[in-house]
Design a protein around this ligand. Structure first.
Ligand code: FE2
Length: 343
């Protein structure tokens, strides 16, 4: 796989930004932009990566989608925020069914030029693939589902250290200090290897994938003693939030009347995916399945969706309309690269 070196527009007082993917030259370099935040803090906010009006339009489209199930949900009537009137959304705001990963609004956010450009800068290549991940639809004051308990974790296998994946989400509604959403442990990504050396014999919190590590109370205490602080990230509609997969994080529910909507956007170089993974990814695209945040389709999500303990009759395996992509976005599915390999 060839690597295209993109020219970054960012220059610093010490010269042009370093080449290569983020962290490839250690952390003692200077970019003069959001990449410095990711390097030092483990997360960053790209203000207005999506123009505010477009972000709010995507939020409206999510409302249209929710109302379109015809289960009685009405965006202007908070009394209709109830599982009987909504598609299945868990206590963390995750919607894992209904081919939502391939809905028009989800793909529209993934195709946003500044979002793509941001990840091109991080990996110093245009040859990227994007995850077919979910959306988060967090409504406040939900009493009809379980409470959202904190589950501080990192989305990376402790046995596979180093910078491997940058996770992201585009925030679509005003998201202030009490409006729920992403909370990160600042700077802990740089302590990840040391942490796992100390905690390598501890009993692990169960996980369905090796690429998830849950922090126990003792682990959280260790981070605290090392001076790591938990930061609730605040965002406006259209802001892109990014975090290193090693950064401990979780999400909070809104404590106000403000819902929280976002679309997860995660990109990685196609060179990081195997041919077999690209084949799985192609299948996931053609069958409009979800892949979690891993763009290399490490996992394909095909879980049953329930309504009152029975298979949800409103579950669907296809989005409302067939996926339509620009040429740029089609490359992000990895399919053109797979075809090149076969040629
Ligand atoms: Fe996570």
């Amino acid at each position: 796989m060839t690597t295209t070196t993109t020219t970054t527009t960012t220059t610093t007082s010490t010269g042009p930004a370093p080449s290569g993917r983020l962290f490839s030259q250690g952390t003692n370099v200077h970019y003069g932009d959001f990449r410095d935040d990711i390097m030092h803090n483990g997360y960053a906010v790209i203000k207005g990566a999506v123009p505010r009006d477009r972000a709010l339009k995507y939020a409206d489209q999510i409302y249209d989608w929710l109302e379109g199930f015809n289960l009685g949900f009405k965006r202007d009537d908070p009394s209709t925020i109830h599982k009987d009137h909504l598609p299945d959304i868990n206590e963390k705001g995750m919607c894992l069914g209904y081919a939502v990963s391939h809905e028009s609004f989800t793909w529209a956010v993934r195709q946003e030029p500044e979002v793509i450009k941001t990840f091109e800068k991080v990996y110093d290549t245009e040859d990227l693939i994007v995850s077919f991940d979910s959306v988060n639809i967090g409504f406040p004051s939900r009493k009809d589902i379980e409470p959202n308990t904190p589950w501080p974790h990192q989305d990376q296998d402790p046995e596979k250290p180093g910078f491997r994946c940058l996770q992201g989400l585009v925030n679509l509604l005003p998201n202030g200090p009490k409006d729920g959403g992403l909370i990160v442990c600042k700077g802990a990504h740089l302590l990840s290897e040391e942490f796992h050396e100390v905690f390598k014999d501890e009993e692990r919190i169960w996980s369905w994938t090796k690429e998830w590590y849950g922090f126990t109370k003792a682990g959280q205490e260790w981070l605290k003693k090392r001076g790591c602080e938990w930061i609730k990230v605040e965002a406006e509609p259209g802001d892109l939030l990014l975090w290193d997969s090693r950064t401990p994080h979780y999400n909070l529910s809104s404590e106000t009347s403000q819902p929280r909507f976002c679309v997860y956007t995660c990109f990685m170089p196609v060179a990081d995916a195997t041919e077999e993974q690209l084949r799985v990814k192609k299948m996931a695209f053609e069958e409009t399945k979800m892949t979690t945040h891993w763009p290399n389709a490490m996992h394909v999500v095909d879980l049953p969706v329930f309504r009152n303990g029975e298979a949800d009759p409103y579950q669907r395996s296809k989005p409302r309309e067939p996926v339509q992509l620009s040429e740029r976005a089609f490359k992000l599915t990895g399919i053109p690269y797979l075809e090149q390999m076969a040629a």
